[in-house]
Design a protein around this ligand. Structure first.
Ligand SMILES: *[C@@H]1O[C@H](CO)[C@@H](O)[C@H](O)[C@H]1NC(C)=O
Ligand SMILES: *[C@@H]1O[C@H](CO)[C@@H](O)[C@H](O)[C@H]1NC(C)=O
Ligand SMILES: *[C@@H]1O[C@H](CO)[C@@H](O)[C@H](O)[C@H]1NC(C)=O
Length: 415
């Protein structure tokens, strides 16, 4: 009532005195608009504006270590050559190394303790990971929700399903969508599914948009350092996982080769919420499938990873907590954003493992780095974050012409 009264008074006043109206209303509005225009920082080019972001700060507990320098390189070579005095109880074993180790002064072999363990408490190992060099990633961390203060999320119960594909996986990803639509979608009504285009042609894009029952996004390569465009460096995967995790708090990543055996995923979701991450188990050693440059960059000793099987980034669930952000996602994403850590020039040709018995015989990028992080966190009990095999199958090169089938089906329905 009071408000109405005030308004009618105001109207009457305004009718009587238009100048007063201008002073009372137009001026403040103009001031607000002008303030709005001038307080927006130019955002035409996200990279430049991100680089200028001097306010970017790290979460508490981080030490800013830039790229390793040459004195550290010597230190690395000495430290991985000198294991003889560490532990007299265990047996020393000779491991053959690939020629990638030559630049660290190792010709044919590396002497490591068999079955080596990570020393220190869980907390000490968390801190060790947090101190991995941050490389060139600082300007990007703020926007990705990896710097500054951690804000907790209102507990999502169901993850957002995320996948990505370029043209060479177009038929495989259709088979994944067929699997999701028939097995998982009927079980969860409000499921969110995001597809990232990382290199489809126009026609393929249209087909995905029409049939995926998903949110279609183009991966913003232009925002990130140039090497992220090299798809065979797989650095896009940590970046888009973190992008969606930052928005929705719970992500289920699926490669185009993953098929779910069941749509009853409640227990899997609960497992992920409880542990922070669940991931599939691999069957080859991290030391064999990681380049020594990555170990050097992270200040990790390859000997600690020789007998430890990889975890596979083809299928994993991650839940947003302070622990997963600071101890898993920040180090993983920082490494992805830094040429010389996850990707380094020339590494895109190194994914094929020629000699399974040599250390550093190939490199697995996102998978190598996440495996290193998870072993340091969970050794010797890493099994507790493995996704039980009852949930999924891996079907590499399993394809389907699902979109064609849907097109035909809709034509039949019309006729
Ligand atoms: C190089 O790395 C070593 C070992 O981490 C460190 O002590 C030293 O301060 C670094 N030097 C420079 C110039 O950054
Ligand atoms: C090898 O490591 C031991 C302790 O673990 C150290 O005392 C010794 O100086 C190291 N040797 C070299 C050559 O670095
Ligand atoms: C690694 O995987 C292989 C092949 O599945 C298996 O035989 C071996 O026991 C695994 N190693 C460990 C330490 O789990």
């Amino acid at each position: 009532m009071y408000f109405l009264h005030w308004r009618s008074l105001q109207q009457r006043k305004v009718q009587r005195n238009p100048k007063l109206f201008i002073t009372l209303f137009i001026c403040p509005v103009l001031i607000m608009i002008l303030y709005g225009i001038y307080s927006i920082e130019p955002d035409m080019n996200p990279i430049t504006s991100a680089r200028k972001n001097s306010k970017a700060s790290l979460p508490t507990g981080y030490t800013f270590i830039h790229k390793s320098n040459s004195s550290f390189e010597d230190e690395f070579s000495t430290s991985i050559k000198n294991h003889t005095e560490k532990n007299r109880q265990r047996r020393l074993k000779t491991y053959s190394v690939s020629d990638r180790y030559t630049k660290f002064g190792m010709r044919d072999s590396l002497l490591c303790w068999e079955d080596s363990k990570f020393m220190g408490s869980f907390e000490e190992n968390c801190n060790f990971i947090k101190r991995y060099p941050i490389g060139d990633s600082l300007p990007y961390l703020q926007e990705l929700g990896l710097a500054g203060d951690f804000v907790d999320f209102p507990n999502p119960r169901i993850p957002v399903i995320v996948t990505a594909a370029s043209s060479n996986h177009f038929l495989e990803v259709q088979a994944l969508m067929q699997n999701l639509h028939s097995v998982v979608f009927p079980k969860y009504k409000n499921l969110k599914f995001i597809f990232y285009d990382i290199g489809l042609n126009e026609n393929e894009k249209e087909m995905v948009k029409k049939h995926c029952r998903c949110e279609f996004r183009s991966f913003p390569f232009e925002k990130y350092p140039e090497h992220v465009q090299i798809l065979k460096g797989y650095t896009f995967k940590p970046l888009l996982t973190q992008t969606v995790l930052n928005e929705y708090g719970f992500v289920m990543w699926m490669d185009a080769s993953i098929r779910l055996r069941t749509g009853k995923l409640d227990s899997l979701f609960e497992m992920a919420m409880k542990k922070g991450i669940t991931i599939i188990e691999g069957d080859l050693g991290v030391g064999h499938r990681t380049d020594p440059s990555t170990f050097k960059f992270l200040r990790e000793d390859p000997c600690l990873f020789v007998d430890k099987n990889e975890t596979q980034t083809g299928f994993f669930l991650i839940y947003r907590t302070r622990f997963t952000i600071e101890t898993i996602m920040r180090p993983w994403v920082s490494c992805a954003l830094t040429s010389g850590c996850m990707y380094f020039p020339g590494s895109q040709d190194r994914i094929n493992c020629v000699s399974p018995n040599e250390l550093g015989t190939c490199h697995r990028f996102d998978q190598s780095v996440l495996s290193i992080i998870l072993w340091r966190l969970y050794d010797p009990d890493i099994g507790r974050v493995y996704i039980p095999g009852t949930f999924f199958e891996v079907h590499r090169s399993h394809t389907a012409r699902y979109f064609e089938y849907l097109e035909k089906k809709s034509k039949l329905l019309i006729v």
